[in-house]
Design a protein. Structure first.
Length: 199
């Protein structure tokens, strides 16, 4: 048997196995919950990739930003021009900038109230709760309240929750959890954030 024939036979076996597995899968007929967490960069960027995919299918998308504040980001500028995403930037910046815990808690709770309204409305196929894990890490929101909000979402609505240090209870609840791992970061080499790459 030649290498080419052997390879073809192996790939046919793999193909048959994959098709058999796919045939057993079911559509849950509900939006899924995705968590993007970890110390590496790319959590929000990955969520934005899913937003683009959803828009490609003409789905309705909403984004709530919990931490980023009013500073300009390329994704916000792009979607403002496109006009197809309901976008709420409700954080006031990093907690070390505001230095006011009560204010940070109020901002996080207002952002989650807006997110909960979007999730339960039945108007959205996808809602991104960007950096909400940070709000839970600092106990501006309880994981129990967030899970209750996810439970109350419309059947149609999928949700992506981003940010470092996702709570174990949230990870257990979610349908998909991805952890970004940092291998190397330009900040540690003294390189500042780059427009178009980092924001």
């Amino acid at each position: 048997m030649t290498d080419s024939t052997d390879h073809k036979q192996k790939m046919q076996e793999v193909q048959a196995d994959k098709r058999a597995r796919v045939s057993e899968l079911v559509d849950p007929e509900k939006g899924l919950v995705l968590v993007h967490t970890g110390k590496g960069k790319g959590k929000s960027s990955s969520a934005i990739g899913v937003v683009v995919r959803a828009l490609g299918w003409k789905q309705k998308v909403g984004v709530i930003q919990f931490i980023k504040g009013k500073w300009k980001t390329g994704e916000r500028l792009f979607f403002d021009q496109l006009g197809d995403v309901t976008w709420h930037t409700m954080g006031e910046g990093f907690t070390w900038d505001t230095q006011d815990k009560d204010r940070d808690i109020a901002a996080a709770q207002a952002a989650f109230a807006k997110g909960r309204e979007m999730m339960t409305s039945g108007d959205y196929d996808l809602v991104v709760l960007d950096e909400i894990n940070i709000a839970m890490r600092y106990e501006y929101l309880s994981v129990e309240d967030v899970i209750a909000g996810l439970d109350a979402r419309d059947k149609r609505t999928g949700v992506i929750l981003t940010g470092r240090d996702a709570k174990p209870e949230l990870c257990e609840y979610a349908d998909l959890v991805t952890e970004m791992t940092e291998i190397k970061h330009p900040f540690k080499a003294g390189i500042k954030a780059q427009r178009g790459v980092d924001f």
